[in-house]
Design a protein. Structure first.
Length: 149
């Protein structure tokens, strides 16, 4: 019987929490990114074809965006679970929503986590007396929070 390391157990736990889609996106994506990087290095060390290089760079950027989105989704899922202690949506209180806002979680991500429409989340915010907020990424990829007025 194989014994898993502590780090591998933590990784498997995170992957299980994040669902099958995350398991499919992360490893294959990383492998493909490395293949593209190796091809780019080979092209740049020899006589490079600008068109092929641009196509590879575009593919690499798309893969990196998908990987970042998957990491963001995994982060959001873990943050919501730690804030709410896996409580059902109907039992959430205003302080839960304020903690999610302070953590930089958008209404859309909350709706996605609970498999609801965004309007249902907004309705719950109104019931709890919490102002709606929007989360947007700035040029550096940091998420900024602003309240609706």
């Amino acid at each position: 019987m194989l014994v898993e390391s502590k780090q591998q157990k933590q990784i498997n736990c995170i992957l299980d929490l994040c669902g099958k889609r995350m398991r499919a996106v992360m490893p294959d994506n990383k492998k493909r990114q490395l293949e593209i990087i190796y091809k780019l290095i080979a092209l740049q060390s020899g006589v490079s074809d600008p068109d092929e290089e641009q196509v590879l760079k575009k593919d690499l950027k798309e893969l990196m965006v998908k990987r970042d989105a998957a990491k963001r989704k995994m982060f959001v899922r873990l943050m919501i679970q730690s804030i709410t202690k896996r409580a059902p949506f109907i039992t959430l209180r205003g302080d839960h929503f304020y903690q999610m806002k302070d953590s930089g979680i958008s209404l859309e991500e909350i709706a996605c986590y609970y498999k609801l429409m965004e309007s249902a989340v907004e309705e719950k915010l109104g019931i709890e007396g919490v102002k709606k907020w929007s989360i947007k990424a700035d040029a550096n990829g940091y998420f900024l929070c602003s309240l609706y007025t």
